[in-house]
Design a protein around this ligand. Sequence first.
Ligand code: NAP
Length: 290
Amino acid sequence: MKNSFYANTKVVGLIGHPIKQSYSPFIHNVSFQFKNLDYIYMPFDVVPDNLSAALKGVIALGIEGLNVTIPHKEKIIKYLDELSEESATIGAVNTIVNDHGTLKGYNTDVHGILESLSPFKDEITGSRVCVIGAGGAARALIYTLIRYFKPEEIILINRTVQRADSLQNYFTEKMLYNSFKTKDLFPPDLVETLHNSKLIINSTPIGMFPDVHDSPTTLKESFHKGQFVFDMVYNPTETEFLKLAKKQGAKIIGGLKMLVYQAAKSFELWTGEEMPAEKISRSVELLIKN
Ligand code: NAP
């Protein structure tokens, strides 16, 4: 394995603000070592006012590519030269490839979501889906659901219901999908909405470390056997939300797989190589649990 860096070591990295909580430097640097690739992944804390200058720096310094995280995923689009179909439709970019000075934007969260949900494709295609949250992750999720799983209906639940409404309007226009309902997070009929959905996804940070005892619902009537419950939160690897769903007989899907597979797609875009995703999942799980 390589453990030194040379004059021709290729540089990729992450821009966001703040970024100190990110697992991406670990995931990519360990993957480069596993694959014996002469790359290094660096975290760059970039405040919004410096976004344009940072991208000029990427070209000037010959940085091969970037991941992009909060708060830049949407605002970065205007500085890019080309967009993939999915990032243009979603309106958010989480990966940039610097192709000899041309900056190309992608959204690899779609790949992470697909890898997480595809094992259950037959059961969840054409079903009633409840999405909790209406932020950036929900955008990639709704695109993936409409494009690959053709839901009968999407019920979008959010603390700020206006944000859910604007996401509904966005996708109705962009993807001509009309079977949306929006609700706020705490209506009396929340349990009924969850209970009547085949697939339920939490795309909020509720339950994330250190607030590990929080959950979008604490009522066991929300879940039953035959449902699929996906939590995008990856720390802890099994949230209170998932624990409750599992107890009621639902099939649960944690956020770690999405985290690793969105990284795997970025890795492939930069290096042309496959990330050893299963090995990396085990390493990240150990890191999170210790
Ligand atoms: P975001 O754009 O900031 O959106 C956050 C969403 O969560 C908004 O809908 C917000 O509601 C809601 N929310 C935040 N705090 C809340 C609270 N205390 N109570 C109720 N609702 C709350 O963030 P994001 O990028 O979508 O990310 C959301 C979560 O997904 C994070 O936990 C992130 O770690 C996770 N994620 C995981 C992966 C993965 O690979 N597994 C990838 C991306 C994101 P309002 O509109 O009312 O503010």
